[in-house]
Design a protein around this ligand. Structure first.
Ligand SMILES: [Fe+2]
Length: 716
């Protein structure tokens, strides 16, 4: 079968469903398309392992495919705005902080798809007026008035229907520059108009998306002169009769702007970034929540994509008795196939299993559609990555076209790397679901029953979701956490819960889930020092919940306090084994190594060939690792081609164990490739044995003994 998203691709509306739920699938295809619900058992197609395994659940359904397209670009739309000119004149104003002009981008547009007038600027920095009418066509008149990139300027367009002489003016730091436009016919608007901010009208819908920040877009009756514009800019003196105006300062986690004049609603399309500094911000505060009036701007991007908005192509009803697992809608159309993966969790009312596995859906989302980017050298080329490039899709690892970091990631769009057989260009090995299927396949083979919990569910449900389970295992790459998730994990551990952290780069980044659009996650990168973007000054706080973004290192609950370790390095070409340490001979961890005689552990595996690789963590008792934690095995021969993220220069992976005060314990593997070693030699290997030993002991309710002495040993 062929994997070509141009021919067949789909997405579901959210990352996880409960057994019994209906899953609406949004699919783009041509011709009869078949859809089967499958439970994914194993993903990696590496011939040394079990290969791609899936169980078909239920019947096939078919539908007539339709091509559906992606329309990125964020903007605001207000409908039914009354336009009442004074003396046949009216004006638009907006504060703008433009970043990147293309051939033509629009600041504001008034009208409808038949007839409009828009204020636009181009790649030369020039401002102009774009008008469209049916049947007159579309015309742009450019002026010599320029906007400068990355500074706040107040711009206005006055439309004078009587004289036919319109004018563009810009206020920039005490000066007003202007130009007349007298060779453009602008037809009188109807009594009510649609107002677009950051885009203009066209016969095919909104287009010419703006890059940069806009504050206080408004319409006024009458003309705005040089003098009134200057007084408006300098003294907030109203320049005319207010016809329309938006205030972005308040309700920053809403997508409908309700603080407005004469606009019943202003709906944001495609998730532009709020919680960004406005024209009055000069470093007074660090968070939008502390002084919203300093954050009265919105940053728009021509490649924002908050919701692809495709039509539902088919619906799957999950069987009410479906076991929890990673499932997919397996789509086929002619020679093409695609999988739309999602997590199925336990329905309300069904008895829980004793083992819960946290599936890192926020990390899946963070990496979703990460295109091949410099300076990395791809190890593998999956043609599905071409779709990402061709459609300019971006992930939270990337930059927008205007150079600003990608804050939002939406589940409601095709995500080509969330396929069971996907191989990551950086490593040439599975990523996301494929890594967690290693673990689930092994649990199935071991006869260990489990329920899955998605990050998104833990964020919503909190510790109550974990209370049913004595043992929680993480997936291979649980990198991104919301503050409510960290709190839930902390409470779980405080009440004696046992945690098996079976991955690497865990609990590293703090993200948010948008409260109004929960299919969207939010990231504000901050000081992560590995060549990724940093939030602009004053923009490190999440608009989703007001929390500081960045890494858990800057938070009250640091990753190292919860799992004993924190990310120190990442590399993409080779993996290594652990060496058992002297602490690994301590009686407290005898159970971990029962039946494991070797000192070199994990020099095998489907994922990069070893149990220590890709992203690895270390313990550090100076920065959060509990004092009594034992480093029971270590890899201190991390290859030199690994990028270090630890300022102290420690490059090591540490397998760590420690007890918690309420009789629980934590076992941390500190490596993403751990799960890829589980199935080696049909599960007859040290990584499998250690994992099984830990799970068996963690399932045993006998409390772990927590000592209050410094090193955990009892004083005699
Ligand atoms: Fe990572």
């Amino acid at each position: 079968m062929i994997h070509d998203p141009e021919a067949l691709v789909g997405y579901a509306e959210r990352p996880s469903y409960r057994a019994g739920d209906r899953v609406e699938l949004k699919v783009s295809s041509s011709g009869t398309t078949a859809c089967r619900l499958v439970r994914l058992r194993h993903g990696d197609t590496n011939p040394a392992g079990p290969g791609l395994l899936q169980d078909v659940v239920g019947d096939v359904s078919t539908f007539a495919g339709t091509q559906q397209s992606l329309r990125p670009g964020s903007y605001l739309v207000s409908s039914a705005v009354p336009l009442t000119p004074e003396s046949d004149r009216w004006s638009m104003t907006a504060w703008v902080w433009p970043t990147l002009a293309t051939a033509e981008t629009a600041i504001m547009s008034v009208g409808d798809t038949d007839r409009w007038v828009a204020l636009v600027w181009n790649e030369a920095g020039a401002l102009g007026v774009n008008v469209g009418s049916t049947p007159g066509g579309v015309h742009t008149a450019w002026t010599a008035v320029q906007l400068r990139a990355r500074r706040w300027q107040l711009v206005t367009l006055t439309v004078d229907h009587r004289s036919g002489i319109h004018s563009i003016r810009v206020y920039d730091a005490g000066e007003v520059v202007d130009a007349p436009i007298n060779d453009l016919s602008i037809e009188l608007m109807t009594a009510t108009v649609e107002v677009l901010t950051a885009a203009r009208h066209s016969a095919d819908g909104p287009t010419a998306f703006f890059n940069g920040k806009i504050e206080a877009p408004a319409l006024w009756g009458g003309a705005i002169t040089r003098e009134t514009l200057a007084r408006f800019a300098e003294a907030d003196e109203v320049p005319g009769t207010a016809l329309y105006g938006l205030d972005f300062a308040k309700a920053q986690s809403e997508v409908v702007i309700s603080e407005s004049v004469n606009a019943r609603d202003a709906r944001m399309i495609n998730m532009a970034t709020r919680g960004v500094t406005g024209r009055r911000w000069a470093g007074q505060v660090e968070s939008w929540a502390a002084a919203p009036e300093l954050y009265a701007a919105i940053h728009f991007h021509d490649d924002d994509l908050g919701d692809a908005g495709w039509q539902t192509s088919c619906t799957i009803t999950l069987p009410p008795d479906a076991e929890s697992g990673i499932y997919a809608a397996w789509l086929t159309c002619g020679d093409y196939e695609d999988w739309v993966t999602f997590i199925v969790t336990r329905p309300v009312g069904r008895a829980p299993k004793r083992l819960a596995v946290l599936i890192p859906t926020l990390t899946y989302l963070a990496y979703a559609n990460e295109p091949i980017f410099q300076p990395h050298i791809p190890m593998f080329h999956d043609r599905r990555d071409d779709f990402t490039d061709r459609h300019a899709l971006v992930s939270q690892y990337n930059w927008h076209t205007d150079g600003s970091g990608v804050v939002f990631a939406s589940w409601r769009r095709p995500m080509l790397n969330l396929r069971p057989d996907y191989r990551y260009w950086l490593t040439g090995h599975p990523h996301g679901p494929g890594l967690d299927l290693y673990l689930l396949h092994w649990l199935d083979e071991q006869g260990l029953d489990y329920d899955l919990i998605s990050d998104h569910q833990l964020h919503d449900g909190g510790v109550q979701l974990l209370e049913d389970y004595p043992v929680l295992l993480t997936g291979a790459h649980p990198e991104y956490w919301t503050v409510p998730m960290l709190d839930a994990l902390d409470e779980f551990q405080s009440s004696g819960g046992r945690l098996g952290y079976l991955g690497g780069n865990g609990l590293a980044g703090v993200v948010g889930i948008h409260p109004v659009e929960p299919h969207v996650s939010e990231m504000r990168r901050r000081g992560n020092g590995v060549g990724l973007w940093d939030a602009d000054p004053g923009e490190s706080h999440l608009v989703s919940d007001g929390n500081l973004g960045g890494t858990t290192r800057h938070h009250a609950l640091r990753g190292r306090e919860l799992i004993g370790v924190d990310i120190v390095g990442m590399g993409f070409a080779e993996a290594r084994p652990y060496i058992r340490t002297d602490d690994g001979r301590d009686a407290r961890v005898e159970f971990v190594f029962a039946g494991v005689d070797e000192t070199i552990i994990g020099d095998f595996g489907l994922h990069m060939g070893g149990a220590v690789g890709y992203e690895v963590d270390s313990a550090d008792k100076r920065s959060g690792t509990p004092p009594h934690a034992l480093v029971i095995a270590s890899c201190d021969t991390i290859p030199p081609n690994y990028v270090q993220t630890e300022q102290r220069g420690v490059s090591r992976a540490d397998m760590v164990f420690f007890e918690t005060p309420a009789g629980g314990a934590v076992f941390s593997t500190s490596s993403i490739t751990w799960t890829g070693s589980l199935s080696h030699d049909d599960g007859r290997n040290a990584i499998s044995r250690i994992t099984r030993n830990v799970i068996d002991r963690f399932l045993d309710p006998t409390p772990f003994h927590y000592s209050r002495t410094l090193n955990g040993s009892e004083q005699r």
